[in-house]
Design a protein around this ligand. Structure first.
Ligand code: HEM
Length: 231
């Protein structure tokens, strides 16, 4: 009996580590993408033409080895696969934590830890909703906020002349910042990078700096457009 209980616990323990590792690795793929995307968006400060050139360049990169937009499609497939794995691992860990809480041996989670885990879960769901809205807005051009434009730069500039569109992006980017701050820290813990108090402090610092860079970098274009800094 004791052996069975130990074996079951060991098995579920292993898969919890596997799920957390999947979350950490796919999360780091998102961090790389988000940093590159944020940097690319800053091209809008160089003018509409520079931004459109950049958008076109993303599609011709890797030619003639790859077909037109080939690299973009590779990135899209990697992102979609990472998203499915990240969401699957998140929901599995979520339901496991729910079941554990109902167990009569459950130890009550401290208030702050419970708040953080709830914020990560619902923040993740909100980010997923935002990404769907964002793809319909800028990639497929299905949601047109302020007119129909062929040029990506014109779509960005016209959209962010509308205050509520800016508000949606501000809320989403702040949610992303909070998610990244805790997510990078959690990924570092899962990957065993907190080998000492100093290493843990450095990890916390890196998570905070990356989150701040992402928030400031993503918010600069919409706010500059709304305030008329970018004509
Ligand atoms: C103010 C903030 C943002 C702006 C101005 C912006 C702008 C854009 C634009 C213009 C495109 C279309 C690119 C093209 O088709 O050439 C795009 C695509 C995309 N953005 Fe953003 N973005 C912002 C924030 C974000 C955030 C926070 C995320 C992720 C959480 C994100 C994820 C994506 C993804 C996944 C695509 C699709 C790439 C593709 O498959 O073509 N973006 N964005």
């Amino acid at each position: 009996m004791a052996t069975t209980t130990r074996t079951t616990a060991a098995r579920s323990g292993t898969s919890t580590i596997l799920l957390k590792s999947v979350m950490a690795l796919t999360g780091l793929i998102f961090v790389g993408y988000v940093l590159a995307h944020m940097y690319g968006n800053l091209k809008i400060f160089a003018g509409a033409e520079a931004f459109d050139d950049y958008a076109e360049h993303l599609r011709t990169l890797g030619e003639p080895l790859l077909p037109y937009a080939g690299l973009l499609w590779i990135i899209r497939v990697v992102l979609l696969a990472s998203l499915l794995l990240h969401a699957y691992a998140a929901f599995s860990l979520w339901s496991r934590a729910g079941k554990a809480r109902k167990s009569r041996y459950a130890v009550r989670t401290a208030g702050r830890a419970l708040f953080t885990s709830k914020a990560m879960r619902w923040g993740g769901v909100a980010l997923l909703a935002f990404v769907i809205f964002h793809l319909l807005h800028f990639t497929t051009n299905t949601i047109q906020v302020n007119g129909d434009f062929e040029s990506p730069a014109q779509r960005v500039i016209s959209s962010f002349e509308v205050w509520w569109a800016v508000l949606i992006y501000v809320v989403a980017v702040l949610a992303l910042g909070l998610h990244l701050n805790h997510g990078i820290w959690g990924a570092g813990m899962t990957l065993g990078l907190n080998t000492s108090a100093r290493a843990a402090a450095i990890l916390k610092g890196i998570a905070l700096v990356v989150a701040l860079v992402v928030v400031v970098g993503f918010l600069a274009p919409p706010l500059a457009i709304l305030l008329g800094v970018i004509p």
